[in-house]
Design a protein around this ligand. Structure first.
Ligand SMILES: [Zn+2]
Length: 345
């Protein structure tokens, strides 16, 4: 009895309900939490998980699933080790994906001296404290005309008709393409950043707040939350550090040369001269340098941080393994995602 109760307490539904009640009664801080949403037949996304005995990998590259049989798979990359489970997902675009959970030994990269502050923005995606710039790809903005056409097509179709279902799949496919391209780009950028710096620091952006404003679409398109999550995952995997600088700290107002607080600046001000030391600043580069300094100072003061400035003792970033519950013994799992669709039969 005790054992089953422990299991029940941990189940996601119970946790969601507890979060909801705590939120209503004021025990839980932060934004209000709603009731759990259950999976539905009409959801855009269906998923099914097979554990160890429920699937087998065939020598010919096919995947055998219990009660389903052999399915063809377009592998995105080779699995680094024996997978412990596989989740098959049907997305709204009608594509099937197989996502494997694989335990891998964390392969730490050799240490480097470089550390970087990152200032995220919308004009340019990011400016680094060394002066390099990552352009904003704006995937959604670029695809917008095509998406609108598909959406218009959908709205003209009669409800419940076959053609409507077809049009809906077309819209979903167009959206999926944008999301895939963005994800691919984010993976590349974050892997590169983590590869080049022992520690990276960024501002704790209130993405949820920003995403409600006038710039909402651009903020979503930028995918900052995913950018940060991928940085943290990569850091955990490669033995690097990601530091988050609190938002109260105003990086664009302080002179990175002399520390003078120059006061707020409207967004259109791209360059400014420090009122105290006279140095001319690029707004974003100055912010990135301040973020680097604040992050390094934070880390220095934190327990387990480096003993003196400039000596990087990597504190392991939060190890991330999705698909495993909190409380399980910590291990670093990389998730090899078999992208590409298994054709619908
Ligand atoms: Zn100054």
């Amino acid at each position: 009895m005790t054992r089953s109760r422990v299991a029940a307490e941990r189940s996601p539904e119970v946790l969601t309900y507890r979060n909801f009640f705590d939120s209503v009664s004021g025990k839980r801080a932060g934004r209000p939490i709603g009731l759990p949403r259950f999976k539905s037949k009409r959801d855009g996304r269906q998923s099914l998980r097979f554990t160890r005995n429920g699937f087998r990998l065939r020598g010919n590259g096919k995947l055998n699933l219990a009660k389903i049989g052999d399915v063809r798979v377009k592998w995105s990359r080779a699995l680094p080790a024996d997978p412990s489970s596989v989740t098959v997902v049907l997305d709204a675009a009608g594509r099937y994906h197989a996502s494997f959970v694989v335990d891998v030994e964390p392969g730490h990269l050799p240490e480097v001296d470089a550390e970087a502050g990152i200032d995220l923005g919308l004009t340019t995606y990011a400016v680094l404290s060394d002066g390099s710039v990552i352009d904003n790809p704006r995937f959604l903005r670029k695809a917008e005309r095509k998406l609108k056409a598909a959406q218009r097509e959908l709205s003209r179709k009669a409800k419940g008709s076959k053609n409507r279902a077809k049009a809906r799949r077309k819209v979903a496919k167009a959206h999926a393409k944008v999301a895939d391209t963005r994800m691919d780009w984010l993976h590349k950028q974050t892997t590169k950043l983590i590869g080049e710096a022992q520690a990276v620091y960024l501002e704790d952006l209130n993405v949820r707040g920003l995403a409600q404003g006038r710039l909402a679409k651009s903020v979503h398109d930028a995918g900052w939350a995913t950018f940060r999550r991928l940085l943290e995952e990569n850091a955990a995997r490669y033995g690097r550090h990601v530091g988050i600088v609190p938002r109260a700290f105003p990086p664009s107002q302080i002179c990175s040369e002399c520390g003078h607080r120059d006061g707020p600046k409207p967004l259109h001000v791209r360059e400014w001269a420090c009122g105290a030391c006279g140095v001319l600043h690029d707004r974003d580069l100055n912010a990135a340098r301040n973020i680097l300094a604040a992050g390094q100072a934070d880390r220095l003061n934190a327990p387990g941080g480096p003993a003196r400035p400039g000596v990087a003792i990597p504190r392991r970033a939060r190890p991330v393994e999705r698909g495993t519950r909190l409380g399980d013994p910590p291990r670093t799992g990389a998730r090899a995602t078999g992208a590409g669709g298994i054709p619908v039969q």
